[in-house]
Structures are given as structure tokens and as C-alpha cells.
Ligand binder design. Structure first.
Ligand code: PMT
Length: 399
């Protein structure tokens, strides 16, 4: 059955973005019910919301006179996640004080599912200590608060108070709908390529977009893990909810990963680390006439190999291998040489596998000798399968 989302809309200018939010949610197979304050109907029409949600829209406490007082309880009972976007200072204040004097505040006082509040207002209203106190009251009661973004506000001020973009809110809703089966796990993921400078304008790199590692970080965070993402230059956006540590070179990645390794339970190394760097990089741009036909290179530290040597018994280490020839033999060799619990092997010559695409075709090689070949599937799905195995491995180690 489709998850059910109750979307409360209050009277702020950002309400004009809510039909797009509804569209994003319905495209993700969610059943969306909208409830508006009277003020919200000035900014976005119930007809628009009814059309995009394909559901009746509710904004009048007394509309359903046959069953007075029942509609709000029915709306509150039937939802998996309840969201208010945008949430005005007025409605936040009422909910924090337990005031239920219209349909929206009455419904939200009755909900028992996870709640997400997206405050949106003028920057000075947002910074007002009374508003901050009310937001904190809701937070302390276990409601989720999505901090507003900063930027130009409709009132002409610049500062925090903008409603986050519908894509960001939709991701947060997806997270609230996902069971937190990795809660308590501290997972470090590496992603993307590294760049090894020859001079200030030229570098050696590879074709990694970061999609595979970002998908793992994203799904791990959605499933409740505490995620650190150490990533080279990404072609995709780092996910919400993770601690993103951007790096450029293999040496920087090595340093950042080593600092954090003692404090994590799991490392998943999806990054495509450059094995070599130019031996004599310069601080000034090389003149064309000074570039020699051969570039001398020196080896970079092998981060995964070092981790394999340092690994504690309660830590899980997952490596990747991107191969083009003699794939299985090389993958098995890396699993052993780097002392891994599991290796994710991809033959990057196969269409739909490896670099820069949205899918992957992988084979899991386990320390036990067991191997699992997966079909082509989206990288998010590969990520979930890896995380399922990580969860089982951790369970075996710590229980
Ligand atoms: O980023 P995408 O565009 O989504 O592409 C995904 C991917 C192809 C990059 C990913 O699926 C993948 O295979 N990542 C590992 C690529 C790689 O560097 O493979 P490798 O066989 O060279 O390295 C083996 C393992 O050692 C990897 O886990 C790598 O992170 C690690 N390594 C390698 C060299 C080095 N100096 N330090 C390392 O830690």
C-alpha cells in the first residue's frame, strides 16, 4: 500500500511551491492529503492541490456537516507522516501552545505519526526568541524541524527564513518513512575520484562521478546511520543528513579517513582513488614548452590496504574493485590482500556498470568465500543490498 502523507499548508508566500512538492511525493507513489489554513487558500488554490494530489483538499472545519468533528480525527488517524510546509510563526506558536482553533491545528494536535515542520517566514520573525522558543518546544516533543534555508526573502530581506526547496522536503519525508534499521551504526563512506595536480591548472583523475558512494551514504543515512562522507570532487550533490568532508587528493583522503577510522563501526570505500600522482607538481602553471612528453609519477598511499591492517575485530571493512580484465581473479586477490570483510566487484566494461551511470552490475565477494552475483539495478538498490550485508556482518561481530 502507498504510504500516506498529510501535508499541512499555512499562509506564507512559499505555499506557491507546494503543488510541486505534492507532485514529487505522488511521483514517489505516496498518497497525499492536503489540509490548508484559511490564510493558505490566499496563496495557493485548493483546486490546484486537489488536481495534483488527486484527493479532496480540506480547509474548512465545518464543511462536512454530516459528521461534525470527525473529519479531523479521520485525517489524523490515516497518515504515516504529517508535514507542515510552509509553517508560519502563527501556526508554530499555536501548536506549541496546544491551541487547536481551525482544521489544520486540530488535525495536527491529533496526529500520532512522525511530524515534520518546515518553518518559513521573515528573517526577523524567525530569529524572534518567542518563535525560537516555540520551535524548540516542538523539537523537544519529538517533532522534526527542517531548518529554513538562507537567501532572498519575498519581503525584501536577506537571511534565513526561506522554505527549503520541495526536493529537499521530499527527501526528508522519504527518510521519515524509511525504517531506521541502521540506527546507532557509525558508517564512513568514501566516494568520487581524487585529483592529483600537475600544476595549478592541470591534474590527473578518473571517470568516477561519485554516484555509487553517494547512493551508499544516502541510503545509510536514510536508514538511520550516522554517516560521514569523505569525497573527492563530486558530479552529484552530497546527500542531506551526512557529514560531508570534501577532499581533493588521495593524500587528503588518506588523512581524513585515518583521523576518523578509530571512531567508526564500518568503512565502505567506493571512491576511485588515484594510485599515482605526478612526482614533481609545481605551484606555477607550466609553460607549454616546459611540459615534458612523459610525466613521472609516484605511488599514493593505499588507504584501504592501510585500513585492513588497522581494523579492529568489531569493525566491518568493505572495499570496491573496478576491473576491466581478469575481473574475478583480481577481485578475489584484493579481498584477501586488503583484509576485507566484503568486496564489491564491478566489471566497468559492461554497459550499465561502473563509472558515471545510474545503475551498476556487481558481484559481492565475502571473506567466507561465498560469492553473490547481482543483476543490473539502480545504484540506490545496490547500496541497500551492500548495507543489508554490512548490517548482518556487524550483528555477527557485536552480538
Ligand atoms: O563514482 P561512480 O561514477 O558512481 O562509479 C562507481 C565506481 C566505478 C567508482 C565504483 O563502483 C568503484 O568501483 N569504486 C572503486 C574504484 C577503484 O578505485 O577500484 P580499485 O580496484 O582501483 O581499488 C580497490 C579499492 O581500493 C577501492 O575500494 C579503492 O577505494 C581502494 N583504494 C585504491 C587505491 C588507493 N590508493 N587507495 C584505496 O583505498
Amino acid at each position: 500500500m502507498s504510504p500516506s502523507v498529510l501535508l499541512g499548508i499555512t499562509g506564507g508566500i512559499a505555499a506557491y511551491k507546494t503543488p510541486w512538492l505534492v507532485r514529487l511525493l505522488t511521483q514517489s507513489d505516496m498518497d497525499v492529503r492536503c489540509v490548508l489554513t484559511q490564510a493558505a487558500t490566499q496563496f495557493v488554490t485548493p483546486l490546484t492541490l486537489a488536481t495534483v494530489s488527486n484527493n479532496p483538499v480540506h480547509y474548512d472545519m465545518w464543511a462536512n456537516r454530516d459528521r461534525p468533528g470527525v473529519e479531523h480525527i479521520a485525517l489524523a488517524d490515516e497518515v504515516d507522516v504529517a508535514v507542515i510546509a510552509p509553517a508560519t510563526a502563527n501556526v508554530i506558536g499555536k501548536l506549541a501552545a496546544g491551541i487547536a482553533d481551525d482544521l489544520l491545528t486540530t488535525v495536527f494536535t491529533a496526529v500520532r505519526c512522525p511530524v515534520l515542520i518546515c518553518p518559513a517566514m521573515n528573517v526577523n520573525m524567525f530569529r524572534n526568541p518567542i518563535v525560537q522558543r516555540n520551535i524548540n518546544t516542538l523539537r523537544e516533543l519529538g517533532w522534526n524541524i527542517l531548518e529554513p534555508a538562507a537567501g532572498w526573502l519575498a519581503c525584501g530581506w536577506v537571511g534565513e527564513g526561506r522554505m527549503p526547496e520541495p526536493e529537499v522536503i521530499a527527501e526528508e519525508i522519504r527518510r521519515l518513512l524509511t525504517p531506521a534499521d541502521l540506527a546507532g551504526e557509525r558508517i564512513l563512506v568514501t566516494a568520487g575520484p581524487t585529483e592529483e595536480p600537475l600544476d595549478p591548472v592541470r591534474f590527473i583523475t578518473n571517470r568516477s562521478s561519485g554516484k555509487m558512494g553517494v547512493a551508499i551514504a544516502q541510503r545509510a543515512a536514510m536508514r538511520g546511520a550516522d554517516v560521514t562522507l569523505v569525497a573527492g570532487p563530486l558530479k552529484v550533490q552530497a546527500p542531506q543528513w551526512v557529514t560531508h568532508i570534501p577532499v581533493r587528493t588521495a593524500q587528503e583522503m588518506y588523512d581524513r579517513v585515518m583521523e576518523r577510522f578509530p571512531d567508526v563501526d564500518v568503512v565502505i570505500k567506493a571512491a576511485a582513488v588515484a594510485d599515482f600522482r605526478p612526482g614533481n607538481s609545481t605551484l606555477e602553471k607550466l609553460e607549454k614548452s616546459n611540459i615534458r612528453p612523459t610525466i613521472e609519477v609516484v605511488p599514493n598511499p593505499d588507504i584501504l590496504m592501510t585500513l585492513g591492517g588497522l581494523k579492529r575485530d568489531d569493525q566491518v571493512l568493505v572495499g570496491f574493485a573496478a576491473e576491466t580484465t581478469d575481473v574475478l581473479r583480481k577481485g578475489r586477490g584484493k579481498l584477501k590482500a586488503k583484509n576485507l570483510d566484503m568486496l564489491v566487484l564491478n566489471d566497468v566494461t559492461k554497459p550499465g556498470a561502473g563509472f558515471d551511470c545510474d545503475t551498476n552490475i556487481v558481484r559481492f565477494l565475502h571473506r567466507s568465500g561465498e560469492e553473490e552475483q547481482m543483476d543490473i539495478m539502480p545504484k540506490e538498490q545496490v547500496a541497500d543490498l551492500i548495507l543489508d550485508r554490512v548490517k548482518a556482518l556487524r550483528k555477527g561481530l557485536v552480538s
